[in-house]
Design a protein around this ligand. Sequence first.
Ligand SMILES: Cc1cc2nc3c(=O)[nH]c(=O)nc-3n(C[C@H](O)[C@H](O)[C@H](O)COP(=O)(O)O)c2cc1C
Length: 171
Amino acid sequence: MLDLLKRRRTVRKFKEEKIPRDTIEKIIKAGLLAPSSKDKKPVEFVVVEDRDTMMRLRKCKAKGANGLDTAVCAIAVIADSNLSDVWVEDASIASILIQLEAEAQGLGSVWIQMRKRQSDFGESEAEVRNVLNIPEKYGVLSIVALGYKDEEKTHYNENNLNMSKVHFEKF
Ligand SMILES: Cc1cc2nc3c(=O)[nH]c(=O)nc-3n(C[C@H](O)[C@H](O)[C@H](O)COP(=O)(O)O)c2cc1C
């Protein structure tokens, strides 16, 4: 697990190669296996491969959505905010598990934040709901953009671990 965590780096440039259906399914399964508060399981996913839809999603965020320019798959991580008061935490866990399974499958990914972010026209969350037909009660936490890596990033190593952030017994 630590090796996988050191390997995973945010990737924002992807090759054109499509991701096989069973690989996408494995990535989705990782998201579905995420633990959730009180086991309410409020998190759902919208999987997008259509380029036009992807470009519409790109416009849902003014900055920091360039990962969608070349992504071949985008997974919107959403959650029923009526079902859980801590849906943000639940959707965050699902987002990172998706990213880790993507890495395990030899893919790259980027977490594109939508909650509390803006497009040129309004709130990113509302824009994504509109593009993907998502009902109002769902919060939109992130879009995880995926694809085969077209950029190299150095892996993390032990020197990147800031042990001064860890406090034993007391702060
Ligand atoms: C909560 C959260 C929100 C993020 N939002 C964005 C985003 O909107 N756009 C983007 O390109 N990257 C986004 N990232 C990726 C971070 O920029 C990236 O994880 C960070 O720079 C560390 O790099 P690493 O993932 O390679 O360790 C986000 C990451 C997290 C955890």
